[in-house]
Design a protein around this ligand. Sequence first.
Ligand SMILES: [Zn+2]
Length: 365
Amino acid sequence: MLETLRDLTRHESPSFEKQPADRCCQFLADLWLQRGAVVGIHKEEQRGNHLRVMWTPPGVRPKSRLLVLGHYDTVYPSGTLAKMPFRISGGKAYGPGTFDMKAGIVQALFALDALRELRAPVQKSVVFLWTSDEEIGSGTSRRLIEGQAQRSDAVFVLEPSLGPRGLLKTSRKGVGEAHLTVHGRASHAGLAPEKGVNAIHELAAQIARIEKWSQPARGVTINADIVSGGSRTNVIADRAEATLDLRAWRQADMHALEKRLHALKPLHRGAKLELRGGFDRPPLERKHSGALFARAKMIAKSLGFSLGEAAAGGGSDGNFTAALGVPTLDGLGAVGDGAHATHEYVLVNTMPQRAALLAALLSSF
Ligand SMILES: [Zn+2]
């Protein structure tokens, strides 16, 4: 497993660099081809290609499918390996993308090996989908993911688990990004201030209003994370904009927040508002993960370890599949820490255990 993780990590796969990403995709495709799976590469123009692998147990006529989902892209640009090489030290495997989520892919590969070698009684086809753009919002993969999920009885997401105990993620916040642009009117701040409409003042007033919509106890948050506006001193600003981060645990709260944003009216006479964007990922609500988690917990117990659950404030592609009503269990990947950080690592001795858990889950249907 470590050799495979090392080779996979050495195939750098930044979301924004198609050529290295495609090489990583091909490396993965070959791994699955060697195991007799049916491999399909979904070509992309700008982003890395997506990889869809289907494995049907020999002699089985499956009526339905299970989906194993993850992404092979990482947040690290090409060349990161030079500063942050793959290395193993103190029971930890370090390197860019090891935890998020290349070790998860390796675990899925070895889960398949286990199923094949043990001739486990798998009754369904298993589709493995490895996408190239999760870290940048899944713009090119979303439809593919949703299409595959709709044909599946359950979705297992190999994103990293949470914390040193490797908690699974049974709920995730819905996440969005909205852009609020204010159009005002420029004028000389000294000679004709009355003719201007200050877009920055309007934006500041709107942000003060919007800020009050957060409901921390319900997990609804709205944050202005980027603001800009104006052109120079002496000139009343005719334009200002803000990028807002939106989060919510519940679909109903997500819809309510979007509605309020779109209903915003200007507070200064003559100002105009323009709102774009909204939630990109709906929340993953526990009602879509609870039954699968109970099953995973029982299986883990029979394998000799205990399994806990947690809620995550960030989204993943599991948010898309759960929002379709398809049972989804997330955080089945690596145990470790430091996602998107220089100390990113995986706890080596948990890798076989988590691969076994996935294999047992897949053969439990
Ligand atoms: Zn990830």
